[in-house]
Design a protein around this ligand. Structure first.
Ligand SMILES: *[C@@H]1O[C@H](CO)[C@@H](O)[C@H](O)[C@H]1NC(C)=O
Ligand SMILES: *[C@@H]1O[C@H](CO)[C@@H](O)[C@H](O)[C@H]1NC(C)=O
Ligand SMILES: [Zn+2]
Length: 275
């Protein structure tokens, strides 16, 4: 129960800061840290009801540029990953790895430069299963690198696939998760194994990237988030995946309507009103 006290502190910090506070320290920027209300992934606290948890979450139910989406590959902007300067600081002695209660996340510094703007890394965190789908297909997991430039947020997302015989395991991501069983509950933290990001930087350079304007995938679902979904998946070993799933369990928002189309909840409301 000690973890609840930790959460009470972080929730009040988060709400005191307002959504896009201009001077957020990197560790205060999180896709879930600014959430108002006790959101979750089941029953009345699930993504079907996030809008009801706080007046600040209304856009979750009416926004027309919500994430995640099913990326129909011929309908989205595609950019060459080589145009990204993706530069994450190496942590030979490990970095902080925290179970936030909604996901597991690593606090690392770094930057990404694309489309003429340079962003600073705040943290990266994991979802099981993937939130985005690419050409209808989902993946066992997805990692979101969350970047900030002033009030602007950008996310670079990588699909995580299970390594089969002969697949090259992506070590920066596998090692990020290696100690996940040591942080089974919200508030738990540990220092990761040594992290060197060269293999991940190499990966994005060799892949296409889908780009669209979306939203936070957790309340308050603010829009204007620049999403960059790397087309080629990265691989982790099966055991690391199983351990990750055991700890995270399920933390994916359902697939939203295509950008610009009516929000699915708003659509459901219109249909229900006619019954
Ligand atoms: C809505 O957001 C504002 C600004 O961040 C915050 O002050 C307020 O407490 C939030 N309202 C609720 C009901 O959480
Ligand atoms: C990130 O950089 C800031 C500013 O240089 C520093 O204070 C902080 O400790 C760094 N955090 C990590 C996780 O390296
Ligand atoms: Zn996320």
């Amino acid at each position: 129960m000690k973890s609840l006290a930790i959460f009470a502190v972080s929730v009040s910090l988060a709400s005191a800061m307002c959504h896009y506070g201009t001077n957020l320290m990197p560790r205060d920027v999180g896709l879930e840290r600014r959430a108002d209300g006790d959101f979750g992934y089941d029953e009345l606290h699930s993504a079907l009801g996030w809008h009801g948890l706080s007046p600040n979450n209304t856009i979750c139910a009416v926004g027309k540029n919500q994430s995640p989406v099913n990326i129909k590959t011929d309908e989205y902007e595609v950019v060459d990953g080589a145009s990204y300067k993706f530069d994450i600081v190496n942590y030979p002695h490990g970095a902080e790895f925290l179970n936030t209660g909604h996901n597991v996340q690593v606090f690392a510094n770094g930057s990404a430069e694309f489309d003429g703007t340079k962003y600073s890394l705040a943290q990266y965190h994991f979802h099981t299963p993937s939130e985005h789908r690419i050409g209808d297909e989902y993946y066992p997991s997805e990692v979101h690198f969350v970047f900030q430039n002033g009030n602007d947020l950008a996310v670079i997302g990588f699909m995580i696939e299970l390594a089969g015989w002969g697949d090259r395991i992506n070590w920066p991501i596998s090692k990020s998760l290696a100690k996940v069983l040591q942080i089974p509950s919200g508030g738990n933290k540990v220092t990761t194994a040594a992290l060197h990001f060269g293999a991940l930087e190499h990966h994005i350079r060799k892949s296409d990237v889908y780009r669209y304007s979306g939203s936070l995938t957790t309340p308050p679902c603010d829009e204007g988030v620049k999403f960059n979904v790397v087309a080629n998946p990265i691989y982790i070993d099966v055991k690391t995946f199983r351990n990750t799933k055991k700890v995270i369990k399920f933390n994916s928002r359902y697939t939203q309507n295509a950008p610009g189309e009516v929000n699915l909840l708003d659509h459901a409301r219109i249909v229900l009103d006619k019954l």
